[in-house]
Ligand binder design. Sequence first.
Ligand code: ZN
Length: 473
Amino acid sequence: MATLLVRNATVLVTMDGARREISGGGLFARDGVIVEVGPSASLPESADEVLDLSGHVLLPGLVNCHHHLDQTLTRALPAAQNVNLFRWLGAHYRLWAARTPEASRTATLVGLAELALSGCTTCFDHAYVFRNGCAVDDQIAAAREIGLRFMVSRGSMSLGQSQGGLPPDECVEDEDAILADCERVIARYHDAAPGARLQIALAPCSPFSVTPELMRASAALAREKGVRLHTHLAETVDEERYTLARFGKRPVAYMEELGWLGDDVWFAHAVHVNAHEIGCFRGAGVGVCHCPSSNMRLASGIAPVRAYRAAGVKVGLGVDGSASNDGNNLLTEARQAMLLARLQMSLRPPEGPDTTLSTSDPSRDHEWMSAREALELATLGGASVLGRTDIGALAPGYCADFFALRLDDVSFAGGLADPVAAALFCTPGRAAFTYVHGRPVVAHGEVVTIELPAVVAEHNTHAARLAALSGVA
Ligand code: ZN
């Protein structure tokens, strides 16, 4: 029985039911699970490990609901810098398919390291290109090595260009092989128990890279095995045109026809939806992963997060692909969500009949996304989207997943009147400590579970090989 005592945080943000913020707060955990949270004086006086967080703000670990860690190999690719999603994918597909298992390992480590340094403790990775000897096992081994809580999809693409899909034929897989590997990966790795550190989801990639048959078969298999379902949806106007032309339906109606609207499903992006479709998500219990940086980077659009929240749709945050962001910083992503929601206020018609209302009108005060609401999206919101009730808050029974920021960092200078809000309003700083299941992944601002400089160096040799394939010397 290993115990951990964290104490003296200047402010501890619980995200519990009462949204308590505790001055001088701390927590006591046993075997990676929180037993007590409260003022430090109320906690046990000793433990196997004691972490004093005087001068820090302590927050629940952030939950990343949509990512593609392998894309860390292809960040800022010249051919993909100034193009929208379909052309961006076209510039990348063959490079991703050409990665090796060793490259995938280093990309996973680098991406997760950067995420951990931003306070992220749980990451879902939407892996979907499995060629050249790569398998989801490569990433699972890497995630275990660095120590983040990991959920990964045995994703898939099966609809190549010759069949009317977007990806080149050499980047897609046979559907029987996909489904067999899905079964293998679920049986070998999926942990459904509370406190699980590794879970599997099924995630055929998108309506334009997967056949309807594979979408249906994936849903049936996921439900038979009790794992969650995920895909990209309604990301761009191009996708909407595609499903209308090919299937005669808008993306959400197409997914409904395939049996994909359920409370075991979450969609990445969900930018281009109407009021009826938002109601469908709410009615079915579908979750949404908002990826603001990627949506800006690719000029995809602005997801109606305020409308989702008002309707009661579950919303979490995702960094999305390292090559459409091009970072792995979830705290920055929470900041982007806050800022983009505010920009959206100026772009859309105000609520109510008076179309002359400006953003300065007090009747619109409820539309402003606060820093705390953005933090909620990144913690509890993400947990709900991933179907977890044991992460996203610091409260008894929850996993001891947390991070701390130093308040004497230059990024907080002048923002100490409200350090919780300053964590987003000011430039998001680097986590001083990030703990997953009661164990440190980041300590004193450095990743402690892997030799990061060596991994980055190896990663960059793999990345250079892929860049050369793209014609970049
Ligand atoms: Zn994505």
